[in-house]
Write a protein that binds this ligand. Structure first.
Ligand code: ITT
Length: 194
């Protein structure tokens, strides 16, 4: 019998990526699957806090092993912004075009374009928290380029490449992305405890 493990998300895309990798070992459940209909707020000032809020909320309420994640773009010249506000940087949640415009406007005339994508995963396993972090370093382009991916992908060029995340195939991005790197760490941890 596979062990039950809750992924504190209803984002199908994220769920598919994870179940593809650990689906044989664990029965992955979403928030919907466990009947959790409330929107878990993300009021933290760090990715670590927000990821932990989700995993701890579910563990405390449902007594199920669980993990939650939080991700975002961190730009050095903007003192780490958009950071935990990445999804709603320009105001409205998930307005990617407006978010990109805000970053580009704030970086006008700025030479230091260094940035990174970060994902933090918080796993609550039998009452104890384990944290996994994935980072991909890069630079912010002056203009958008490419139509793939989502979010800030059209302006993010990972180090070692001359194309943006939005110009890569999904497979290529998934090999080096912040999310993939954090997930790899989670998965190797989970494989070891099984
Ligand atoms: P859920 O909270 O519903 O899971 P979300 O869109 O808020 O979805 P994340 O917390 O993972 O997802 O990411 C927050 C924001 O950070 C996201 O809306 C994007 O603006 C940005 N972001 C995260 N990962 C990204 C990626 O791989 N490419 C481009 N932008 C990304």
């Amino acid at each position: 019998m596979p062990l039950k493990l809750v992924f504190a998300t209803n984002n199908r895309h994220k769920l598919e990526e994870v179940s593809h990798k650990i689906g044989d070992h664990f029965e992955l459940l979403t928030l919907n699957d466990i009947g959790c209909m409330e929107d878990i707020e993300e009021p933290g000032s760090t990715f670590e806090e927000n990821a932990a809020i989700k995993s701890k909320y579910i563990y405390d309420k449902y007594h199920l092993n669980c993990f939650g994640d939080d991700s975002g773009l961190v730009v050095d010249a903007l003192n780490g912004e958009p950071g935990v506000y990445s999804a709603r940087y320009a105001g409205e949640h998930g307005n990617h075009a407006a978010n990109i415009k805000k970053v580009l406007t704030r970086l006008e005339g700025v030479e230091n374009r260094k940035a990174r994508f970060v994902t933090v995963i918080s796993l609550m396993w039998e009452g104890k928290e384990h944290v996994f972090k994935g980072v991909v370093e890069g630079t912010i382009r002056h203009k958008i380029s490419g139509i793939g991916g989502f979010g800030y992908d059209p302006i993010f060029q990972p180090d070692g490449y001359d194309i943006t995340f939005a110009e890569m195939s999904m497979d290529e991005k998934n090999k080096i992305s912040h999310r993939a790197r954090a997930l790899e760490k989670l998965i190797s941890f989970l494989k070891n405890i099984k």
